[in-house]
Ligand binder design. Structure first.
Ligand code: KG4
Ligand code: ZN
Length: 333
């Protein structure tokens, strides 16, 4: 029997989850709306809101799972990568909980956890598989050889895919985070209305900064000619931007699948919630005979359930850390 409490506080979601014998019984996510008007996460504000949210989130996660805190066997927590001020709320909380209950601590790499979210579902990918992990801070093609044996075979040289979504939405005057709004407007638009360039980056790496600049100039020039351009064409703009971001990602993923001869292909991270990207992967998978794995929406964006499932697999290995563990703002898979 194992009952694991998991804590996630790497960015702007405070989340707590309870996992019993590898099954997620609760996954409480407190979103922060305070950043909406700033065009991005303000680290100091995120840290303060984590402090307000963490105790209620843990209490709710335990109550929802109907698990008493005295029955928890281990605490898993996000050690990094993330915003230091945010990690500095979740990490000491996890340490204090483990110390008070005299139970082991399990440190989890947030990017590995996004990948391991695929082991929450009944149907799971087989090792080795490829995972395109796309979030607000990262864009990685990961060769997943085992639960904790992952190799980044391609990554962004500048902006992350989520950042490209968020910066586009900022240019369009939409609130942060823009990804979900671009998704919403894109559903109503024509993805072929406007053509944005595909960067020619060799190998499996990505670049999004050139695309961002071309979107910026495109909007600037069109607004100069017609001040209502954005309002009149928001659906087509979002659909076209979304299509270009998705094709950049999927073309590299297809290349990686060919190079490594792998047919189990997964998506992970916040941007994997994107409808166009999800649909794009499924049709590419059909064409190439892949088995495609796409997380449920609640496991795409930051959540503690993915920390809990990663923690469960470390728990099985007896892979614990001491009370001297510190957060790592930069941490590779
Ligand atoms: O994984 P995540 O929750 O946090 C990080 O670890 O960064 O990813 C957040 C990112 C943001 O850039 C957000 O705009 C994007 O995921 N995102 C989406 C959608 N939902 C979240 N992007 C496109 N379409 C969505 N539906
Ligand atoms: Zn994340």
């Amino acid at each position: 029997m194992s009952k694991i409490l998991a804590i996630e506080s790497s960015c702007d979601e405070t989340s707590a989850a309870v996992c019993v014998d590898g099954k997620i019984l609760s996954n409480v996510i407190a979103n922060q709306t305070i950043h909406e008007n700033y065009g991005g996460v303000v680290p100091e504000l995120a840290s303060r809101v984590h402090q307000q949210n963490i105790v209620p989130a843990v209490q709710q996660a335990l109550a929802k799972a109907k698990v008493n805190k005295n029955d928890i066997d281990a605490v898993a927590f996000t050690r990094g990568p993330g915003l230091l001020g945010s990690l500095l709320v979740g990490v000491p909380f996890a340490k204090a909980f483990a110390l008070a209950q005299n139970i082991p601590l399990i440190d989890i790499n947030h990017m590995q956890a996004h990948v391991l979210a695929h082991f929450i579902a009944e149907e799971q990918p087989a090792f080795p598989f490829l995972c395109l992990t796309v979030s607000g801070g990262h864009t990685q093609v990961v060769l997943v050889k085992d639960y904790f044996d992952m190799e980044i075979v391609g990554q962004t040289l500048d902006d992350a895919a989520g950042e490209a979504m968020d910066k586009t939405s900022k240019i369009l005057g939409l609130p942060y985070p823009g990804g979900p709004l671009i998704d919403k407007y894109a559903r109503l638009g024509n993805p072929d209305a406007y053509k944005f360039p595909e960067p020619q980056i060799p190998g499996l790496d990505f670049s999004f900064s050139g695309l961002k600049t071309s979107i910026l100039y495109f909007i600037r020039d069109n607004v100069a000619a017609n001040p209502n351009f954005i309002r009149e064409n928001i659906n087509d703009i979002c659909a076209s931007v979304e299509k270009r971001i998705a094709t950049i990602l999927l073309n590299k993923l297809a290349k990686a699948a060919e190079i490594y001869g792998i047919k189990d292909i997964a998506l992970a991270g916040g941007v994997s919630a994107n409808t166009g990207l999800r649909q794009g992967l499924l049709s590419l998978g059909e064409k190439n005979g892949w088995r495609c794995f796409i997380p449920k929406l609640e496991y795409c964006t930051d959540n503690a359930a993915m920390i809990a499932i990663a923690g469960y697999h470390k728990f099985l290995n007896g892979d614990f850390v001491g009370q001297d563990v510190v957060p790592l703002a930069r941490m590779s898979v």
